[in-house]
Design a protein around this ligand. Sequence first.
Ligand code: AMP
Length: 450
Amino acid sequence: MTFESLGLAPALLRALAEQGYATPTPIQAAAIPLVLTGHDLLAGAQTGTGKTAAFALPLLQKLGVDQVIHNNKQPRKPRALILTPTRELAAQVHDNLRAYAKYLRVHTAAVFGGVGMGGQIQTLRRGLDIIVATPGRLIDHMDRRNVDLSCIDTLVLDEADRMLDMGFAPALKKILGALPKQQRQTLLFSATFVPEVKALAAQFMHDPREVQMAQPNAVAVGVHHRVHPVDADKKRDLLLHLLAADSRRQTLVFTRTKHGSDKLCRYLDQHGFRVAAIHGNKSQGQRTRALADFKNGKTTVLVATDIAARGLDIAQLPAVVNYDLPMVAQDYVHRIGRTGRAGAEGLALSLVSREEEGLLRDIRRLLKQDLAIEPIEGFEPAWNLRLDNPAPAMRKHGRNNGNAPRNNAKLGKPSHARRPHAQREKKGGEHTAAKKQRRSWRDKVNSRKA
Ligand code: AMP
């Protein structure tokens, strides 16, 4: 299979060659023909497997090659809209789009919050073909009539399951309301698909095709998972110990809260690490700088909340540490997806305190795989991690694995997977106080998430 055999134009092939893309990845080979023939698409593929090009290339082929879109007297109205959950991902998708469109006359813009409106207004008024946006800022522009979405005929939701959950639902509803409904092509891409997403998607998609490249919620095979049980008050020092074992290794460390991320960042800084923090309370300038410094090796540790969990492409990132386990098991898949990308090896370390046992069980259940539990000498807790049963076996690909759509799903209804421990809450569950504690964490985290 070659990009040429997928029917892409020479201008795109040239840009891809410059990017060093020799052959399409499996998700690209599967998705590009379907998008080119105009189908709506639900595409599930592990993070880091080339999802961006899987929607960007056919979009550019259609807008920049197959259709004549220019009427030089009038500013162009945007024809395609790509929505992402974070500013960083919008910037990254836009960078990729520009690289692929290098030899095409397609105008693109990234529209996201945290930066001035002025530059974006000018770009929007000049006329555009493709907008990459985060929902909040796009709505600001819609409210001020800076943007006309009446000609959008392709909508892409990147990290679709996140875009369809409660936090984004009102914004998404408003944006969908401003788009033409007839003959719109809708493409949903995500590494994780929870059962409700397909049912929600059915409300605004037309006869979608489905491409599932990997077992849903699977993590890359090259990632080695290790769980280090530790008392909560020893986590900081265990982290220092692990980081010091290879102080030149780039490591992305996830914490649950913004405050926790700042505290940990200061602690690591005091201990001589080149470290920065990225989370929703930082200015966009600080966020952009923190990510750029980490990507170019100026800092070796980036402490982040889950805003850095989705879609970010950090080349050759060797290790991710869950300083706190995520409250929602799916977020483990996204966090870990920052390492082991494009076939590389990666290390996923999780520091697990006694209070987090239930979260770890949820992760095992989701991944359907056992995770190596390795106490570290000098940091062993007095208790044993209780995981009870072995992880459920991975089902064979292609069977109904519980992902069938539910009929009663509504846009914005909390999904099962964003309600941790939902299955366990039924019967014979663990201690109610622990459940309450985690529920209140979860609520706090969800309300604080950037
Ligand atoms: P994505 O999943 O879109 O974030 O892509 C992950 C990484 O794979 C990015 O660094 C892309 O530039 C790279 N990539 C995407 N498609 C290809 C391809 N066909 N060949 C080589 N690298 C690719």
